[in-house]
Design a protein around this ligand. Sequence first.
Ligand code: ATP
Ligand code: MG
Ligand code: MG
Ligand code: MG
Length: 579
Amino acid sequence: MRLSQFHLHTSKETPAEAEIVSHKLMLKAGMMRKLAAGLYTWSPLGLRVLRKVENAVREEMNAAGALELLMPTIQPKELWEETGRWQKFGGQLLKIKDRKEAEYCYGPTAEEVITDFARNELSSYKQLPVNFYNIQWKFRDEIRPRFGAMRAREFLMKDAYSFHVDDESLAAEYQNMYDTYGRVFTRLGLKFRAVAADTGAIGGSASHEFQVLADSGEDAIFFSTGSDYAANVELAEAVAPGPRAAAGEAMRKVDTPTQKTCEDVAALMGIPLQRTVKSVALMGVDGDGAPQFVLALVRGDHAVNEVKLAKLAGLADYRMASEGEIDTHLGSEPGFLGPVLVGGAKSTAGSPKQAIRIIADRSVAAMADFVVGANEKGFHLAGVNWGRDLPEPDLVADIRNVVEGDPSPDGQGTLAIARGVEVGHVFALGRKYSEAMQCTVLDANGKAVHPAMGCYGIGVSRIVAAAIEQNHDDNGIIWPDAMAPWQVAVCMINPKNDAGVTAAAEALYRELNAAGIDAVLDDRGLRPGAMFADIELIGIPHRVVVSERGLAAGSFEYRHRRASEAENLDRAALLARLG
Ligand code: ATP
Ligand code: MG
Ligand code: MG
Ligand code: MG
C-alpha cells in the first residue's frame, strides 16, 4: 500500500470522550469512528488490524481441528424460547420485530442457533466429536458501553461450539481449546493469564477466562503469589463463604419460595426496612436451589460492579435483570426465591466502598446495618450516571485493600490482585442446550443421547483495544508484529523530489512485499517530523528511512518502534533484519 492512495486520518488532539489510552489512541490514529453509543465504523486502517487478529484466530482454530461456518446475526425468538433465554437473558438482548410482527433478536451469542443446526445435521456418534465456529458480529445492549472497542454494543466475536457423545470427549476438546487460546494470545504478542471463572448466564460446569493484564481492565483477578492459582474475583470460591452461610441460614426460614418481599427478608433478618423499591439490578439464585440472599448495593448504571460485589460476598449464581423483568420474575420463576434487598449509595453510610469492607469482614450484622442505612428515604438513586453525578468507586483498589495478602485457597502463597481485560472464555456446557432443544444423536449402541457441548468465545474486536493497553508509549501505539496494519513503513525523505530517492524507496518497498513482508510506502511528501509522528502514532513496528544522504553512504536508516536509537544498515543487513 502507498499511503498517498490510502485514507489515513490522524489527529493531534486527544479526544475528550475517550477515558482510556486504547480508546484515545484508536481515535487519534483514525482506526475507528463512533456512529452511536457502542457502535463504531472501522476505518480502512482499523479494519486492517481487525482482520489480522481475525485471521490469526482463524488459523489457530483451523489448526486445532475446528470447522468454520457462518451463522446469521438475526435469530428467531422461537429458538430462544426453547431454552428460556428469551426472558432470562435480560436487557442485553436486542429484540426486533419484522413487518409481520414476528420477533427476533440480534444474536449476542449463538448457542441456540448452533444447537438447532446440530439437531438437524447430526444424527450419529460417528459425526462426533465436532467443533463448529464462526467469526461474526454480535450485539449486546450493554448497560454501559464504553472504552470504544473494549466494551462496545456491536462487536466481533469468534464463537465455537463443540458436540460430544460423552463427557471424556468434551473434556479433551475443552483442553484442546484451552491450549489453542494460549497459542492465539501468545502469537498476538499479549501478556495474559488463564483464570478460573464463573459460568454466568451461559451456564455449564467448567469455565476459564483468558485475561489480558492491563490497569484499565474492568475485571479483577486474584492470583496466588506461590502457585498457578488464578481466579476472577467474581468466583465465589476465591473468598471465604462467611456472609453467605449466615444469610442462607436466615433465608432457610423462608418456607415458600414465592413472592417474598424485601420486608419479609428484612423481618427474618431483624432489619427494620423503612422503604423498599422494586427496580433493582440484581437477583440471586443458588445453583442447587438453596435459599439465597442478594444485596444490591446500588442500581442502574452501576449494576456490573454490583454483580462482582455480590459474587465476592459468596453468592452463587447471578444474572442481570432489567427493571421491567423484576415484576415478572420476582418470586415467580422456578428457582428464584425473589427476596431482594436493595441499597442505595448516596452518602458514606451506604457507599459501595463501605459495603466491600463489610463483605470482606464477613459480618451479617454489619451488612444488615448497611442495608438499614442504605434504605433510608432518599438513598435510592434513579438514573445515576457514575462519574458525572457521583464519583466512581474504585472497586478494585478497595478489594485489594481487604484481600491482598490473604492465604491462597490452594494453600500455596498469598493472594494478590490484578486488573484484567477478558479477551476469551471457554465453557464446558454439558447438556443444558442439547436437552432443552431436544438435540440427540445415536450412540454406538443405537441409543439416542443428548450430546455434551462446549462453547468457546474470543473477543476479536476487543483484542485490538486490549493490545494497545499493553503496547503503547507517549507517541502512540506499538503493535505486536502479528497485528500491525503493516510490518514495515518505508519513509521517503525527498524534499527536492530527487528521482534517485523515489526509485530506491519504491524498489525497497516492492522487494519487501515480494519477500512476503507487509510494507507500506509513505510517499505523501510530508516533512519528516509530521511523517514520523504519524508512523509512530499508528504503531508500525519497523521503520526504514530512505534519504539522499543515506543513499550516498549506501545505507538505510532502520528503527524499531521500541528502540531509542536508529541504526544505519546496508540493503543486505536491512533485509536480514526484517526477514
Ligand atoms: P464481559 O465480562 O466483558 O462483559 P462476557 O463474559 O459477557 O464479557 P462472553 O459471553 O464470555 O462475554 O463472550 C465472549 C467474549 O466476547 C468475551 O470474552 C469478550 O472478549 C467478548 N465480549 C463480550 N462482551 C463484549 C463487548 N461488549 N464488547 C467487546 N467484546 C465483548
Ligand atoms: Mg458481559
Ligand atoms: Mg465476563
Ligand atoms: Mg465471559
